[in-house]
Design a protein around this ligand. Structure first.
Ligand SMILES: [Zn+2]
Ligand SMILES: [Zn+2]
Length: 244
């Protein structure tokens, strides 16, 4: 499978660079992980909105979900003007408000998931880990029909159960919201040392640091991780393609 980073900033978008969004594709089938600020606009560099039928939301913080409305209206209007006949399937933690908004927008369908869910779509099987974060949040594991594994942490404090969930991932996209020495746990996030520990304990073959901060020298995040012995690590960039 291939993962294209549609956006990777934490909290709010940079100029022309969205917050969280990851397009995962195999054999012409696509799913999108998260719909943060700017993702609905930027994802169209890689796929037509009418060709995307499955959208997984990790949690309802704005930097992961605020473009949900844009995707829903995109599908509604896209269907009325004849661009597609398929519904947009939106998967997210159970939430009455979100479910109601999706269901009252024509041609969109909401599917709640939880930590025990296993969702099969196209060549992908998606499973979930309940994170430690101020709102109900899930990491996602995407396994393709050849057994390749992509793990996306979404937002979370470091915890051992997450290392087990990410065990032996071919690619681990981990949040890395803070620099070494900063207290990220208090905010429900990971700093670079914690991201390195997650990468090390999970045994992931390749690590992508994402959900990056808007301050400091991002290369220092990478240095912290590499100096922990994680050699196959990169900083996420908008538009980056990762083969899994
Ligand atoms: Zn976030
Ligand atoms: Zn969050």
């Amino acid at each position: 499978m291939k993962c294209t980073i549609v956006g990777m900033w934490g909290g709010f978008p940079k100029k022309n660079e969205p917050t969280s969004g990851y397009l995962v594709e195999k054999d012409g089938f696509a799913i999108l992980l998260d719909a943060g600020s700017g993702v609905a606009a930027n994802v169209q560099n890689y796929i037509e909105l009418n060709e995307l039928h499955h959208l997984f939301i990790s949690h309802y913080h704005y930097d992961h979900s605020v473009d949900l409305g844009a995707f829903m209206f995109g599908r509604m209007i896209g269907t009325y003007i004849g661009g597609t006949k398929k519904h947009l399937n939106i998967y997210g933690p159970a939430d009455g408000d979100v479910a109601g908004q999706v269901e009252k927008t024509d041609f969109n369908t909401f599917h709640p998931y939880n930590k025990d869910s296993e969702i099969k779509v196209g060549p992908f099987t998606v499973t979930f880990h309940k994170n430690t974060h101020p709102v109900e949040t899930y990491a996602m594991k995407i396994t393709d029909d050849e057994g390749q594994v992509l793990v996306y942490t979404a937002d979370s404090s470091y915890e051992d159960s997450l290392t087990r969930f990410a065990q032996n991932a071919d690619v681990l996209i981990t949040e890395c919201s803070h620099y070494e020495g900063e207290d990220a746990e208090r905010l429900g996030h990971m700093n670079a040392e914690e991201a390195a520990l997650l990468a090390d304990k999970s045994g992931a073959k390749k690590v992508v640091l994402s959900h990056l901060p808007h301050y400091g020298n991002l290369q220092e995040l990478l240095q912290t991780v590499k100096s922990s012995g994680i050699e196959e690590a990169v900083l996420a960039e908008t538009g980056m393609e990762i083969e899994v």
